[in-house]
Design a protein around this ligand. Sequence first.
Ligand code: TXA
Ligand code: MG
Length: 329
Amino acid sequence: MNDLGSMRQTERLTSDEAGLARAAEILRGGGLVAFPTETVYGLGADATDAQAVAGIYAAKERPSFNPLISHLDSFESARTQGMFDETARRLAEAFWPGPLTLVVPVAPTCTISDLARAGLDSVGLRVPAHPFAHALLQKAGRPVAAPSANRSGRVSPTDADHVLGDLDGRIDAVLDGGSSQVGVESTIVACLGGAPQLLRPGGVPREAIETLIGMKLEAGQEGGKSPLAPGMLASHYAPRARVRLNAASIEAGEAVLLFGHEAPKGANAARITLNLSKNGDLVEAAAHLFSYLRQLDSSGAATIAVSPIPETGLGEAINDRLRRAAAER
Ligand code: TXA
Ligand code: MG
């Protein structure tokens, strides 16, 4: 899918050996597969492939990039992606597999793409209990990013028909595994040093978590919704450099983020230049967004100047993130 609206044939797969093998094959090839979990159906893509992750946003028509939860087959696999302190380890051992997501600092061996993490230095990880989800993740052999498999603004789906009602023709396959048992999303707890924070109530009750760890959970807010306050969870990626949007011309020494064929006047005097997509492909641009911002920021330039990006398709989410990066000081 190169932009919103381009159609694919959606396969409906049964949860037998052949269906699971096909679903894993599609995921490994960079495609989109909706699959059952015990909470709700997830819309999965290879979390290590930013282009595949960008496809999730295109299919859902999500107007902004939130960090996504990456799903794994075991705690052992999760440990290669994130760093678990004592509290996180105890929670993982008690509630995984199950409806709990842990937000932890990224591990040095993390392979989950910047886009799936929305550029953050932390990562949301979950080991689902649903047997078909587990089998699929084992076969895929990599972390699978998956928000709920509905279009933006609609309710989370708990069976394959709900998924098709929203996403038929927009994703490669749905793995039919009957109805989700829990029906609400996973509980999200952030363990980032300091007291653990409850970011989202969900399938595991707060009391069960507090009893296990012997302390109250602090109130946190879901990623992407809270302002950046001292001591609070950083909810969006913010570069150190100033960000200047819709740059028509470039000042000497600026770092430049281009889109498309046209370069603004003065771009040859830039300190460093990266192009999100020379062909003007917004899915490719989304896949590069966070890693390119980081590269430009680490050049040491005081300002990152950004070419105009259209507000259509994934451009809306890209511009949303860029506007936040430009505003946050
Ligand atoms: O039950 C569920 O959790 C479902 C099923 C499919 O597993 N998945 C789900 O995923 O709800 P998703 O991607 O929609 O959840 C995203 C939320 C974000 O809004 C944010 O609150 C939190 O997960 N999150 C993920 N990574 C984070 C991070 N690094 N920092 C803060 N919050 C994070
Ligand atoms: Mg959702």
